[in-house]
Design a protein around this ligand. Structure first.
Ligand code: BES
Ligand code: MN
Ligand code: ZN
Length: 497
């Protein structure tokens, strides 16, 4: 599907979108169409009980002789409240409605809002961004999908008086969307397609964007003393890997990098502490943290961000077998600290322990942010609405919270502290990998904190936000690509030259 920006002239297309604000205030083009069609729009609003609320749509057959088959009147809500995220949502709603409608070409009259805090170029570009995000569809494994279900739209023209600036803005957003959609693809692929080795191969594709990709083998990780990570993968026929991505976009080569670390459990059966069968198939998404890191690196490189960034992803498969780790095993992490593995299903923290230590030790980064589908308890606390953040640094949390609001990937800070930390003390080792019955997301975070020293650090538990059972305005149900936009925005706001 092609998206382009064109000047404000009445186009030839299957479906033409015009906008209306609250209280039936017509945009300039809506007014023009209303005139040409002898009051059709006004009358339809009236008889259709259409107020112009955000996302409300009425669908009209255009009069003959217009080179347009249908006119869709789309509500934008209160003009003064229109912002980037709101516009993305409108774009998403439009394409969700028309994607498989049978229409092939659509045009959208993106008249510059007069009262909003958003320019004409921003309006047009963020519409396009929302369209691109919502258009994503994972259909590669359908071999006999009915034509009526297949996407029909091949071209979207967005009419704006700011063509050049909209194109420029969208060129960047388009690169961020590349990262989001790449992450969604990775998360949606099943465990027999994306396993540590194939995943590492896929990440190597990023070298086309100027990202250096290093892959550690099991032997190399053994050499480094990563027993915590290797223990998780030892029951799997697949070799574990750690992949390190480097993007050096800063003017200053020696500028300290920012660092992102991701949990990449390509499938989580629970290991010997086997999960119940019902719904286990969803555990292919247990590499969602790593996918967010990969997608964010892709976005940063794609839009040539002026920052030095490293992305580290720990790729393992958690399987039960005769070689699998047992409950009760004690492993020595790269940090030297020992861990009693009470439950082999609390594997994400084991993998991250070594990835975090390695990252801080080797790169001395400005900060480390890790992302992980770490605990079911996160869903109990925050459902699918917010990701929980856990941190040793107030400023980084504030920056992340602000970025999250701006891109609609919200985070909520959770408490940490000594009282929670002692819940993971072990009787026979430095710590155990599970706490008690309660505060499961916090004790998991406390565990991770034992593997970071003084570096500013945030752990983001995306167990609830990486995968959704219902669609949103910018994503169909399933993988969301959560985290890519968040990290990109954090860097854009605070860490570029
Ligand atoms: N990957 C899961 C966390 C998870 C569970 C995410 C359900 C989304 C939905 C993680 O590896 C896990 O199994 N965690 C356990 C920890 C427990 C054994 C302390 C959990 O949350 O049940
Ligand atoms: Mn698990
Ligand atoms: Zn897991």
């Amino acid at each position: 599907m092609n998206i382009n920006f064109i000047k404000n002239t009445l186009p030839t297309c299957d479906a033409h979108m015009v906008f209306v604000y609250t209280d039936r205030q017509l945009s300039a083009t809506a007014e023009k169409i209303d005139k040409i069609c002898e009051g059709l729009v006004s009358r339809a609003m009236e008889v259709g009980h259409f107020e112009g609320k955000s996302g409300q749509i009425i669908d009209l057959v255009a009069p003959a002789g217009l080179h347009i088959n249908r006119v869709l009147v789309v509500g934008l809500g209160d003009e003064a409240e229109l912002d980037e995220v709101g516009v993305q949502r409108i774009g998403g709603k439009i394409i969700a409605r028309l994607m498989s409608s049978g229409d092939e070409t659509i045009s959208i009259a993106a008249d510059t809002p007069k009262k909003a805090n958003i320019s004409g170029a921003e309006f047009a570009a963020h519409l396009a961004y929302g369209i691109r995000l919502r258009r994503f569809r994972f259909d590669k494994y359908f071999t006999r999908e009915a034509d009526s279900k297949k996407p029909s739209v091949t071209g979207v023209s967005i009419m704006t008086s700011a063509v050049i600036n909209a194109e420029k803005l969208f060129a960047e957003l388009d690169r961020i969307a590349d990262g989001v959609l790449f992450a969604r693809d990775l998360v949606t692929e099943p465990g027999n397609v994306i396993y540590p080795e194939s995943y590492a191969e896929k990440i190597k594709e990023l070298s086309d964007l100027g990202i250096d990709v290093e892959v550690l083998t099991e032997d190399e990780m053994e050499e480094l003393g990563m027993e915590a990570l290797l223990g998780v993968g030892q029951g799997s026929a697949c070799e574990s890997h750690m992949v390190i991505m480097h993007w050096n976009g800063s003017e200053n080569e020696d500028e300290q990098p920012v660092a992102f670390v991701g949990k990449g459990v390509t499938f989580d059966t629970g290991g010997i502490s086997l999960k119940p069968g019902a719904g286990m198939e969803d555990m292919k998404f247990d590499m969602g943290g790593s996918a967010a890191v990969v997608g964010a690196m892709m976005a940063l490189a794609g839009r040539n961000a002026r920052v030095n960034a490293v992305g580290v992803v720990a790729l393992v498969e958690n399987m039960p077998s005769s070689t699998a780790q047992r409950p009760g095993d004690v492993v020595t992490s790269m940090s030297g600290q020992t861990i009693e593995v009470i439950n082999t299903d609390a594997e994400g923290r084991l993998v991250l322990a070594d990835a975090l230590w390695y990252t801080q030790d080797r790169f001395k980064p400005k900060f480390i942010i890790d992302l992980a589908t770490l605990t079911g308890a996160m869903l109990v606390a925050l459902a699918h609405e917010y990701a929980g953040i856990f941190s040793n640094n107030d400023e980084l949390c504030q920056n992340l919270t602000k970025a999250g609001k701006e891109v609609d990937e919200p985070v909520w800070r959770m408490p940490m502290g000594k009282v929670y930390d002692k819940m993971i003390d072990s009787k026979i080792a430095d710590m155990k990998n599970v706490g008690g019955k309660y505060a499961g997301s916090i004790t998991a975070a406390q565990f991770l904190q034992r593997f970071v020293n003084d570096v500013p650090w945030v752990h983001i538990d995306i167990a609830g936000t990486a995968w959704k059972t219902e669609s949103s305005d910018v994503a169909d149900r399933g993988a969301t690509g959560y985290g890519v936009r968040l990290l990109d925005q954090l860097v854009r706001n605070n860490y570029e030259d």
